[in-house]
Design a protein. Structure first.
Length: 180
């Protein structure tokens, strides 16, 4: 949808939310909940480790590895949500120098490249996870594959969110941020 402002320049407007956009928004919202919950859990684990080390003089052995695994979930799933909300690092400042018509097509190419990166994350994360699945993490009864699960999830979400951005670019609409 195109709407013209007072000075006649076309701008992207919000269209009615499609079922695909609704699903993407729900997935991104769930990703935010997972990331924030993970941060709270990491704080609790680190606090327990500090308490165990300095108060009980008996540091728990499992805390460091579990915190590291949770950091992977927080960062990778948070990064996927950042792709949907366009909070990732980009070259937007260079795109503003390009005229409107090619800017849209360049943005589409960027979204295709981001989606291809997400596919690579899914593919390689799955291969790596399967290859280390029989091994256990030190001091935890978790498979080494648990370190690669967030890579696969994040890659899949990045693909879904890039497709959402492509559809929005084609329709000349904007993707509404998750937190609204």
């Amino acid at each position: 949808m195109i709407e013209s402002q007072d000075h006649g320049a076309p701008t992207a407007t919000r269209a009615a939310q499609s079922p695909y956009t609704t699903v993407c928004k729900l997935l991104a919202g769930a990703g935010l909940v997972v990331a924030v919950t993970g941060l709270v859990v990491i704080i609790g684990i680190v606090a327990w480790q500090v308490f165990g080390r300095y108060v009980l003089n008996d540091s728990p052995t499992w805390t460091e590895n579990l915190a590291l695994v949770i950091v992977l979930y927080v960062t990778l799933i948070g990064a996927a949500v950042g792709v949907r909300d366009a909070g990732h690092i980009g070259m937007d400042s260079l795109l503003t120098l390009v005229p409107e018509s090619p800017r849209r097509y360049i943005s589409m190419v960027i979204q295709v490249l981001v989606a291809a990166f997400g596919v690579g994350m899914v593919w390689n994360g799955a291969i790596l996870g399967v290859s280390v699945a029989p091994y256990k993490l030190a001091n935890l009864d978790l498979s080494e594959a648990s370190r690669y699960v967030p890579l696969v999830i994040s890659g899949a979400l990045i693909v879904l969110f890039s497709i959402e951005h492509l559809i929005a670019l084609i329709n000349r609409t904007e993707v509404e941020p998750t937190w609204r």
